[in-house]
Design a protein around this ligand. Structure first.
Ligand SMILES: CSCC[C@H](NC(C)=O)C(=O)O
Ligand SMILES: [Zn+2]
Ligand SMILES: [Zn+2]
Length: 437
């Protein structure tokens, strides 16, 4: 029964027949009627979504076991690299026919962000599918869909008997949602990573509510800055001079004025996208012990996201001068400071981009190349010289990552499998680069 229906689904997803139903309202036409009719790729996706890899205590063991089983089913080798105690990077490899060429790295993270269960319409770890075909789950968009799409695209291509010159590695990494410090940041420094000889990587992007697909070619640099102001303490009833609060207020005003300037720059230029300007938010205020005690120390924490074209040395000097202008005893420290922003070229001088965008053009997909406003594991890959694109093939889909009721329509998910089924042959067949001959 399932086999017969699978055949039907595969024909629907065949080459050049991608999503023949154009408007979003036609999603329901590709919806399964009941569990017995569900596409097996969707069933696999829902199984993966049920694994509780939720921060701050992800069940990584269950995810790794799931991936090992996928490797077994697909006939792929599976390597486990423990980059820190309990933090395993799982690598599934489909060898290419020409081992002298660099490889394609398909990256996804296994962890997901926490939920506020009371705000969800369905249990976020049940992977409930409603009658229209929407799958509700934490990780449905970010980014368990992509892990399964990679696996299912590879499975289809292998079943069809394809082989490509370049090796394809699928890396499944932990810890991304808390910064990747125990995941990709360590992995790229390991000999096991060097051995992969990654020439190009795909990683996560973002859903796009329009007909177009977002693709990230760079990221803003996260700078988390804590400003500490010290001043004269005393009784809350007095006019004390040189207080910590007064000086902190000055710095906060300078930074919020800068925020306003960047916001206006974004608003007034329709060619600029959010990732192209520097953003900042005041995210923490700390200090004080009682209403009537003027504290000697107060601090403010900011989440800066610095655009990739900003001179970082000059930007740090700007921070310094805002603090100095506020008075004596105002200092800053970094909670996070990324200083290696890289841009993956999006013109035909980059053969990886030519292959990626060429497939999208053939499939009639409109791309919106942008700078990622947030930070993903792509930054670690680009920093070690691997060009990377952030791509989550979800158009006509509201951006619901990290949100309540994160969900993805099964037809969009399946179309994503089709898209990778076309992308992988092109990327894994990019001819030898000058550096490889
Ligand atoms: C800077 S480490 C934290 C990483 C996190 N990534 C995402 C995608 O939300 C962020 O940008 O805040
Ligand atoms: Zn993510
Ligand atoms: Zn995330």
């Amino acid at each position: 029964m399932i086999g017969a229906l699978c055949g039907c689904w595969f024909r629907l997803g065949g080459a050049r027949q991608l999503f023949p139903l154009s408007p979003l309202t036609k999603h329901s036409a590709m919806t399964s009627k009941g569990p017995e009719e569900e596409h097996p790729s969707v069933t696999l996706f829902r199984q993966y979504l049920r694994i509780r890899t939720v921060q701050p205590k992800p069940d990584y063991g269950a995810a790794v076991a799931f991936l090992e089983e996928r490797a077994r089913q697909l006939g792929l080798s599976c390597q486990k690299v423990e980059v820190a105690p309990g933090y395993v990077v799982t690598v599934l490899t489909w060898p290419g026919t020409n081992p002298t060429l660099s490889s394609i790295l398909l990256n996804s993270h296994t962890d997901v962000v926490p939920v506020f269960k009371e705000y969800w319409s369905h249990d976020p770890f049940e992977a409930f599918k409603d009658s229209e075909g929407y799958i509700y789950a934490r990780g449905a968009q970010d980014m368990k869909c992509i892990s399964i799409q990679y696996l299912e695209a590879v499975r289809r291509l292998k079943v069809e008997g394809h082989q490509f010159p370049r090796t394809i590695h699928m890396t499944f990494v932990p810890d991304e949602e808390v910064g990747g410090h125990q995941g990709m940041e360590l992995f790229v420094q390991r000999p096991e990573f060097q051995v992969l000889r990654a020439g190009f990587a795909l990683d996560e992007g973002l859903a796009n509510p329009t007909d177009a697909f977002t693709v990230f070619y760079s990221e803003r640099s996260p700078w988390w800055v804590r400003i500490t102001s010290t001043g004269r303490p005393g009784h809350g009833s007095r006019f004390i001079e040189d207080t910590a609060a007064e000086k902190l207020h000055k710095v906060v005003s300078s930074i919020l004025a800068f925020r306003e300037k960047e916001w206006q720059r974004l608003q007034s230029n329709p060619h600029l996208k959010e990732g192209a300007v520097t953003s900042v938010n005041l995210t923490k205020l700390e200090g004080g012990v009682a209403y009537n005690v003027v504290p000697a120390t107060m601090s403010a924490s900011f989440d800066f996201r610095v655009a990739p074209d900003v001179d970082l040395k000059a930007f740090e000097e700007q921070l310094q001068s805002w603090c100095q202008a506020a008075g004596e005893g105002v200092t800053f420290e970094f909670g996070q400071k990324w200083t290696q922003p890289q841009v993956t070229p999006t013109d035909d001088s980059n053969p990886w981009w030519a292959a990626f965008s060429g497939v999208c053009k053939d499939l009639n997909l409109t791309l919106e190349p942008e700078i990622c406003p947030a930070a993903t594991d792509s930054r670690y890959l680009r920093a070690v010289g691997v060009p990377a694109l952030g791509f989550s093939p979800m158009n006509r889909t509201p951006v619901l990552l990290h949100d309540h009721d994160e969900r993805l329509h099964e037809a969009v998910f399946l179309r994503g499998v089709d898209i990778y089924t076309h992308l992988l042959p092109a990327l894994a067949s990019v001819p030898a680069l000058p550096s490889e001959s």
